[in-house]
Design a protein around this ligand. Structure first.
Ligand code: SAM
Length: 229
């Protein structure tokens, strides 16, 4: 029986077979456990900055008899990865986009040297994450969107390339792959956002002190969303 929530299952689905994975901010280590049990990957690091989850995860990994294939490591961000681990896939899930961007920005060349694939699941701030990817030559190759307990989550998979193709503003906002897939969850998310942006613009235009720059920015997003929907 899977330990994974619908959100983590969508992350799991993005991991390629026969990879060596570092799950950064692994908390309970459910994802590495599932990836190894299902023989999707050969070796996994469960990286975690908080000591509490580390001892629980170590106990779980031992209980499942997986301690040879899953190394539970205490550390900040990608500092848990060493070149000899030959990690080719890094997962960072369940954090805000600013924190994910910050963790990636602080990674050293050594820590990222073997990494071919990043699988990122920001809870908010997806455009920030897409900007980091393009600026650091990771090309977005797949995206998914799932709803769980009234929250919508996006999952972004990107591969290292020589030169990532630039994205336009609508693609940064809504996701280059999600925009083409246009699933019912994607349409519902952006229809809801469109309604709330339109209401916000309406309210802002009747305010005593009008912030025209903010209205213009919101109108720009409204235009992109209307075009895509
Ligand atoms: N990845 C799991 C998931 O998606 O269900 C757990 C997400 S949990 C909300 C975020 C975890 O990231 C927490 O356990 C937190 O301690 C950890 N974390 C936050 N900043 C971190 C960092 N700089 N390096 C490693 N782990 C970090």
């Amino acid at each position: 029986m899977t330990l994974l929530s619908k959100r983590l299952q969508a992350v799991y689905q993005m991991v390629d077979k026969d990879t060596r994975v570092a799950d950064i901010g692994s908390d309970h280590a459910y994802l590495p456990v599932e990836l190894i049990e299902e023989k999707i990957c050969q070796f996994a690091i469960a990286g975690e900055v908080a000591p509490g989850p580390i001892s629980r995860s170590k106990a779980d990994v031992d209980k499942f008899g997986l301690s040879k294939q899953i190394d539970v490591r205490l550390g900040d961000g990608l500092a848990v990865i060493k070149p000899e681990d030959q990690i080719d896939t890094v997962v960072i899930a369940g954090m805000g986009g600013i924190l994910i961007q910050n963790i990636l920005t602080r990674a050293t060349v050594d820590q990222l040297s073997n990494v071919k694939t990043l699988i990122l699941q920001p809870n908010i701030g997806e455009p920030l994450v897409r900007h980091w990817l393009v600026e650091n030559n990771f090309e977005i190759v797949d995206e998914d969107i799932v709803e769980e307990e009234h929250h919508v989550y996006e999952i972004i998979k990107a591969n290292k390339v020589e030169q990532a193709k630039p994205l336009n503003s609508a693609q940064f906002l809504m996701g280059p792959v999600l925009m083409t897939k246009k699933t019912p969850t994607f349409i519902a998310k952006w229809q809801h956002k469109l309604n709330s942006y339109q209401k916000a613009v309406e309210n802002m235009s009747h305010a005593k002190k009008i912030d025209q720059a903010k209205i213009d920015l919101m109108n720009q997003d409204i235009k992109y969303i209307e075009e895509i929907l």
